[in-house]
Design a protein. Structure first.
Length: 124
């Protein structure tokens, strides 16, 4: 992408971060800290210079695993929610789990669309 715009890797980690946050908000748990320092956006390289390609590939794969793990954790939490709990504000929040679940789903759809556009732009 152009300067100041997020790349696919950054979008993936951003999605993982928000799945982590929503899971914690629904459960009220503090849990372990998100594995990357910071909040919301996490800078990642757009491409390799060649010499560090293997290291970047491992980091990319690790972040994809993080995305899969946070998604699985969120799904597990949602599957355990009682139907009545969906429309009651989550512990310590004004929002209901139902609202947060719908929100994170739309968040993923939005960024998945961005990723598809970026993939098309980089395909030659």
């Amino acid at each position: 992408p152009g300067r100041g715009r997020h790349n696919i890797w950054e979008l993936a980690v951003h999605a993982a971060y928000w799945k982590y946050i929503v899971t914690r908000r629904i459960t009220g748990a503090s849990g372990p800290a998100f594995p990357h320092a910071g909040r919301n956006w996490f800078e990642r390289p757009a491409k390799s210079d060649g010499s560090a390609a293997a290291q970047l590939e491992r980091a990319w794969r690790s972040d994809l695993e993080l995305l899969a793990e946070t998604h699985a954790e969120l799904r597990a939490v949602v599957s355990r929610l009682a139907a009545l709990a969906l429309d009651r504000p989550a512990r310590g929040h004004q929002q209901t789990p139902s609202f947060m679940i719908e929100g994170i789903a739309m968040h993923d759809v939005y960024h998945a669309g961005q990723i598809q556009l970026l993939r098309k732009l980089t395909a030659h």
